[in-house]
Design a protein around this ligand. Structure first.
Ligand SMILES: Nc1ncnc2c1ncn2[C@@H]1O[C@H](COP(=O)(O)OP(=O)(O)OP(=O)(O)O)[C@@H](O)[C@H]1O
Ligand SMILES: [Mg+2]
Length: 259
């Protein structure tokens, strides 16, 4: 047994007396003291005022809060779509918010999947092409051409997983709201991300269709152990996650375990 003083690199040996700690999944994504303000006219409007958050591997976390409380801002920072003014974001042990733009792009493409309230599908592309688009963007034209069979298969598999294999050639305008959100989820997952960040994924859907999307997310979390961070206005759906946090005045409060 080592006698050296524990540091971040050499965590303490907890094997004898802290079984609960061993059972806890590892922190996968950690936010430290995040601050973010926006400039409006000639003054700064603080939105996040010191957000600390640990997302554990395989957990389903929901974030609620009033409109304008900064939920989307926080999700964007977590997924490296925007940078904090102050604070750090870590993936495992590595700080990721201050990396060069090229590396940030790689992480955005490989680690994070995004789902938005209004789907953001490309209207001229079929469902299959929409789901393929992240893979096409990631590779050069030649690279895509060489691997096209395998990539199309990968996209088809993901589309089947969200229950839309009978809609492959449909354009977004030929899909219902729930189907468009399923398509957006398939597109977010086709690159096999480790963390899905969903911003009001049911916000534009009726109750029943929203329920179906929630069931799909819960299923992906359960079966594929996909880590999910979901922002929602729907308190009942939020409670179905493993944990719910609320953004109030720029800080996260109110941790609640799932029922
Ligand atoms: N790019 C921007 N420039 C200036 N202000 C912004 C920008 N993005 C967000 N804000 C402001 O920051 C605050 C938080 O916005 P954010 O979109 O994060 O809130 P939200 O909690 O997601 O709200 P909603 O529930 O309505 O989606 C709002 O006051 C908004 O006006
Ligand atoms: Mg928002």
């Amino acid at each position: 047994m080592t006698t050296e003083t524990p540091t971040l690199d050499t965590p303490p040996d907890v094997s004898d007396d802290r079984p609960d700690t061993l059972a806890m999944p590892k922190p996968q994504l950690t936010c430290y003291a995040l601050e973010k303000s926006y400039r409006k006219a000639d003054h700064e409007v603080p939105v996040l005022r010191g957000v600390d958050l640990e997302v554990r591997e395989g957990e389903f976390l929901s974030i609620v809060g009033q409109s304008g409380s900064g939920k989307s801002t926080l999700l964007h920072l977590m997924g490296l779509l925007d940078a904090p003014d102050v604070g750090e974001i870590r993936l495992g042990d590595q700080r990721i918010d201050d990396l060069p733009e090229r590396t940030l792009d790689e992480l955005r493409n490989h680690v994070f999947g995004f789902v938005f309230q209004f789907y953001h599908l490309l209207p001229e592309l079929s469902l299959l092409e929409n789901v393929l688009s992240p893979l096409m963007i990631r590779l050069s034209l030649l690279g895509y051409w060489r691997k096209r069979k395998e990539l199309r298969e990968q996209a088809r598999e993901m589309i089947a997983k969200v229950g839309l294999d009978h809609r492959l050639s449909h354009k977004p305008r030929e899909l219902s709201g729930g189907e468009m959100q399923r398509a957006a989820i398939a597109r977010a997952l086709v690159s096999k991300p480790r963390i899905l960040l969903a911003d009001e994924p049911t916000g534009n859907l009726d109750g029943e269709t929203g329920r179906e999307i929630m069931d799909l997310l819960a299923d992906l979390n359960d079966r594929e152990k996909l880590t999910i961070v979901m922002v929602t206005h729907d308190a009942a759906l939020a409670r179905e996650a493993d944990r719910t946090l609320e953004l109030v005045k720029g800080r996260l409060v109110g941790q609640a375990a799932a029922a």
